[in-house]
Design a protein around this ligand. Structure first.
Ligand code: SAH
Ligand code: SF4
Ligand code: F3S
Length: 465
């Protein structure tokens, strides 16, 4: 059973929000917060909760850190460059703190859940007032209050398997697209990955909470719901599995789209594919990270599937959902990977012809199993392989989209064009980017677009009435 934060504890945080609000009301201006979330959608979703709490505590928001009374970085630890960026940005805040000693600077998220990083921040960035880990997100109001009340730095990084906290206020970035976490944490311990160490054990929200949140969002006019989990296929909410949850959500009335990420191939079932194929609202999009085309490397990565199984899923999904968009994640240069292993990844890419792929060079993460493995290939060599992979993928992306030329796709309009500022943009049921000749009033609505031009990462078309 996952550990739920009790109603009393949630109420207590409500009192802390009121107390902070009493403090911010005494300011001679409405205090402004600048917050930035790095990393994956889960982190961005946490960022919306942080903003929800800040809003309740009397803060408004700014895009300019120079104008802020409160600055927060919600960090990601998945690769070294993500961490380096945060260290760089933190360093640059020193002059703001010198100029305004009342400025409060906070760092939270996956990166600081690692003790060695929290220690480095403590030592190197004395102007950081608040550091809190992923397991105490809900205690943010209490921590902020102690800074105002006691004027001391606060470090809160408890060890924990992780909790579920319902009822945290959320300030959503969009009026028509909403992220809804269905589970937290991860139990898979892929050998390269830091996530299970910084996000705790896998735990699922109760299906009733999810269904009531999603139906509330649809009533409010939300048109796209993104269900989140590190491995949504192992969702287990009191015996309700992921495909059952999807079916319940698909039964809700209205015009909306349901997407989800991420699907781990080891737990992706043929029944899940059937559920998507037979649904009214679920996107024709499967993000199925393969990581490598070599069975030897998949074993070293602890992924628990082989390429033969993976290909059988791809074949079935494409048969059942003819317009499926298939995307993936690939890691190049895992410790011990040889050029022959890498060539198997290239072969797989050529065979599967992904619509698009997120490709990463392996980054060593302290504390993971892979960090102990021999890694003889130079970064320069890995860079060469990486470019080779991009070239192969570039070709297959364009080929994959050619089939849409002349077709009509239903698109949820999101805003200004991505290929051209004079156009508007959105995503189709396949979650493919489509630019078209819309206008302001289309934003947040579905429109039918006839595709006239195909690029390797987007489609361009014209609205049909
Ligand atoms: N839970 C998701 C992915 C989470 S991280 C899943 O299992 O697919 C997103 C992606 O980052 C991963 O799919 C992987 O391709 C990449 N990644 C994770 N750790 C990495 C590392 N140490 N180096 C390089 N890429 C990594
Ligand atoms: Fe990381 Fe693997 Fe868990 Fe994904 S499934 S978060 S890659 S350990
Ligand atoms: Fe990064 Fe944490 Fe997500 S490590 S990818 S922000 S779960």
């Amino acid at each position: 059973m996952p550990q739920f934060v009790s109603d009393e504890e949630v109420k207590e945080q409500g009192f802390f929000m009121k107390r902070v609000c009493a403090v911010t009301h005494m300011f001679d201006h409405v205090p402004l917060a600048y917050t930035h979330s790095y990393g994956c959608q889960q982190n961005v979703s946490d960022g919306e909760k942080i903003n929800g709490m800040l809003y309740r505590m009397g803060y408004d928001f700014t895009d300019d850190p120079e104008k802020a009374d409160f600055i927060l970085y919600n960090t990601c630890a998945v690769r070294e460059n993500a961490e380096n960026r945060v260290f760089g940005n933190l360093g640059a805040l020193k002059h703001l703190k010198n100029r305004n000693p009342n400025l409060i600077i906070a760092v939270c998220g996956c990166m600081v859940q690692q003790q060695h990083i929290a220690d480095r921040i403590k030592k190197t960035f004395p102007f950081v007032d608040l550091v809190f880990g992923t397991h105490v997100l809900h205690k943010f109001p209490e921590h902020l209050y102690s800074i105002f009340a006691e004027g001391k730095r606060v470090y809160s990084l408890p060890e924990s398997e992780g909790v579920i906290c319902e009822g945290i206020p959320v300030k959503r970035d969009s009026k028509f697209k909403a992220s809804v976490p269905i589970m937290y944490g991860c139990n898979n311990f892929c050998t390269y990955c830091i996530v299970p160490y910084v996000r705790g054990r896998e735990r699922s929200r109760n299906p009733e909470e999810i269904i009531s949140e999603v139906s509330g969002l649809i009533e409010k006019g939300y048109k796209e719901i993104l269900l989140l989990g590190q491995n949504v296929n192992s969702y287990d909410g009191n015996g309700v599995d992921f495909k059952e949850l999807l079916k319940k959500l698909d039964n809700l009335e209205g015009e909306f789209k349901i997407s989800f990420m991420t699907s781990h191939p080891k737990d992706c079932s043929f029944e899940l594919i059937d559920t998507i194929a037979e649904s009214r609202h679920i996107s024709w999009h499967l993000h199925l990270p393969v990581q490598s085309g070599s069975n030897r490397i998949l074993k070293l990565m602890n992924r628990h599937y082989d390429i033969e199984h993976y290909l059988s899923l791809v074949e079935y999904a494409r048969k059942r959902i003819p317009e499926l968009q298939l995307t993936t994640d690939i890691i190049v240069g895992f410790p011990g990977e040889t050029y022959e292993d890498f060539c198997e990844t290239l072969e797989l890419m050529k065979k599967v012809k992904y619509d698009s792929a997120f490709t990463f060079i392996y980054s060593k993460r302290e504390g993971t199993k892979a960090a102990e493995m021999d890694d003889p290939i130079s970064e320069e060599e890995k860079g060469k392989w990486f470019r080779e992979l991009l070239e192969v993928q570039g070709k297959s992306g364009e080929e994959a989209y050619k089939k849409y030329e002349g077709k009509v796709l239903r698109v949820l309009c999101e805003g200004k064009g991505r290929t051209d500022e004079s156009l508007y943009t959105g995503k189709s049921r396949q979650n493919i980017i489509v630019d078209f000749n819309g206008d302001e009033q289309h934003i947040g609505k579905f429109v039918d677009v006839k595709i006239t031009k195909v690029l390797n990462w987007a489609l361009v078309g014209e609205i049909i009435q």
